[in-house]
Every structure is written in C-alpha cells, then in structure tokens.
Ligand binder design. Sequence first.
Ligand SMILES: [Fe+2]
Ligand SMILES: [Fe+2]
Length: 190
Amino acid sequence: MLLFREKVPANWLPKVMANLPAVLVDHAHLERKAATSALNLEKYRDLYPRVEELNAIAIEELQHFQLVLDLLKKRGIPFGQPHPSAWVGGLMKSVRGGNRSQVIDHLICASLIEGRSCEKFQFLAEALKERDPELARFYASLVESEGNHYATYLLMAKAIDEGETDRRLDFYLDLDAKLMREPSELAILH
Ligand SMILES: [Fe+2]
Ligand SMILES: [Fe+2]
C-alpha cells in the first residue's frame, strides 16, 4: 500500500546497521518530532474536527519516544543531539503557504515521513533478527502503527480536497524519489 517511486538506497541498511547506537538516538528524536508534528497539525482550521484523532497519534508517538528512551537507558546509550535530515527538510521546504494548500502539503509530508518510517522499520526488523532479536522485535512492533499514521494523514488530506491531494501527492512522490537519490553518509533513519 506504500506508493513510493524510489527504493531506499542500497547503502542505507549497512550504514544504519553499522551505527545502531547513533541510529537509536536519531530514532528517539524522530518519535519526538512525530508527536510534535501531530500536535502542529491541530493549528489548521480544516483539521479542527480531527483534533482528537491527532491527539491520539501524538500520544502514541510520545509512547514510542518513551520506548526508545527506555531502550537507550537499558543499553547505556546516552541521549544526544538530533541530526537534521536533508530528506525531511527537502519535503517540508515545498509546503506552500495559504490555508488550504498548506494543510494539504503538510499532511502529505507527514504521511510520507510515516510511510518511509514504516518501510525502514520493516527492513530493520528483518535485518536484526539474528544479530539483535530484542531490537528486531521492537522495530517489528512499530511497523503497523507507523503504517496506520501514513494512511490516516493521507486520508485526512483527501477528506479536505481529494483532487488537490492527488495532484500534490504526485508532486511529492517525485520529490521524495529525487531526494532519496541524493547521497548521504549520515547514519540516520531518514
Ligand atoms: Fe512512532
Ligand atoms: Fe508514526
């Protein structure tokens, strides 16, 4: 059900597997930002009727954040600074101004971020099975939730304006593909 037009680059998984402690810190921030993002969407008039659903997503993301923090503690990995993601930055830079345009674009970006997380957590769950079964189970346990967030944000955008969402989704899927092809040496999830 994920609509992506470009595969995750071949060097992503080895890079991430070779830097798991740093990736877990990055993951903690990713969940923190996902919670913030759900709350930020509540500022749009078109989403006032969805405020409780957005709160529920924010709470779920905050729980994920806490789970990653628990893992960090258990493994003696200190919480650290977030790395900016060129991919997320590139998507968000294209969010247009104007009420209706902005909410649609913001929802599509949030949806694609959730979708890529869902996809990458699946890869990690598979790759970690032998080497780190606890972490593999953890990533597997998040896949469904992030997949639901991906679908929920996309459906929220379509409920506001289906035609405009389809047009912008086409634009954003091309942009995602272009950004995915940019080389990156950083061991981060996105
Ligand atoms: Fe999450
Ligand atoms: Fe999520």
